[in-house]
Design a protein around this ligand. Structure first.
Ligand SMILES: Nc1ncnc2c1ncn2[C@@H]1O[C@H](COP(=O)(O)OP(=O)(O)OP(=O)(O)O)[C@@H](O)[C@H]1O
Ligand SMILES: [Mg+2]
Length: 258
């Protein structure tokens, strides 16, 4: 498997300088459990933000609320200038430019790699099929797995599947990609290949919001790290600030336990 080096090209960014993502006082409960507790978060175009925190603190729920897989109880979420509180919101348009790469179950198992890559552009963005195929081939070439274009996901390694999943997100020209522990199901070698691809995507200016347990990776890629605790953003800062000079005792305790 060839590890991609420097070739992922930039896709168009959010056109204005307004925030890509803005959460204002977002709260959510599951029953009596307060999973998100007055979250305020602004993600500017091109920012790379890592979210860390103990299991169950609400990291995945935060991402799932942003891409509207979960509804919030209170507060507002805006992405690309569209508000989830807007009763007239076109939810497909809202989701179309939010890339999402989760731990697993990313690709459609009954579709080939090529079919996975062109589905969104053709169905949602109405890109002509021939153009979508050309774009897909280019992306696959860039990540070094053009030879797998007609393979089904089950015949790809986990690392290759995740790289195709990232390529599929890129094919939609997202304004932001949400990653939820994208390498936690992978062995170290595959982890490196997927992380290399995420780093390339970061380097070409994509806006990223990623949940990770890999602190070294967060330090390499993120320009801001959020530490979540009990549904709140307990502390945030640059990697050096947050990881080397945490202000809160809870942050120190979490980092000391890793
Ligand atoms: N659909 C649901 N119904 C009820 N409770 C839920 C649901 N989804 C999540 N929870 C609970 O909400 C809390 C936060 O879950 P979440 O998945 O956001 O945590 P997390 O920070 O991503 O944890 P991990 O690091 O283990 O992935 C947990 O206590 C979880 O059990
Ligand atoms: Mg999670």
């Amino acid at each position: 498997m060839r590890t991609p080096k420097t070739t992922v090209t930039s896709s168009p960014q959010h056109s204005s300088s307004s925030p890509v993502i803005q959460l204002t006082d977002v709260s959510k409960q599951f029953g009596s459990l307060q999973v998100l507790d007055h979250i305020n978060l602004t993600v500017e175009p091109g920012e790379k933000i890592a979210v860390i925190g103990a299991s169950g603190c609400g990291k995945s729920t935060l991402l799932r609320c942003i891409n509207a897989l979960e509804a919030v109880d209170e507060g507002t979420i805006n992405v690309n200038g569209m508000s989830l509180n807007d009763p007239g919101l076109d939810i497909n348009a809202y989701r179309a430019r939010i890339g999402t790469v989760f731990q697993d179950y990313n690709l459609f198992p009954h579709l080939t790699v090529l079919e996975n890559l062109i589905l969104g552009p053709v169905k949602v963005k109405k890109v002509p099929k021939a153009q979508a195929i050309e774009q897909a081939k280019l992306l696959l070439e860039q990540i070094g797995i053009l030879d797998k274009i007609n393979a089904y996901p089950e015949n790809l390694s986990g690392g290759q599947q995740q790289r195709v999943a990232i390529a599929r997100s890129l094919a939609m020209e997202p304004s932001v990609i949400l990653f939820d522990e994208p390498t936690s199901a992978l062995d170290p070698q595959m982890t490196r290949s997927v992380q290399a691809m995420i780093e390339q995507v970061a380097q070409v200016g994509m806006t990223l919001l990623m949940v990770t347990h890999d602190i070294a990776f967060a330090r390499r890629v993120a320009d801001r790290i959020l530490f979540m605790h009990n549904g709140q953003i307990e502390e945030e800062g640059s990697p050096d600030q947050l990881l080397d000079q945490p202000k809160k005792e809870t942050t120190r305790a979490f980092l000391a336990d890793l």
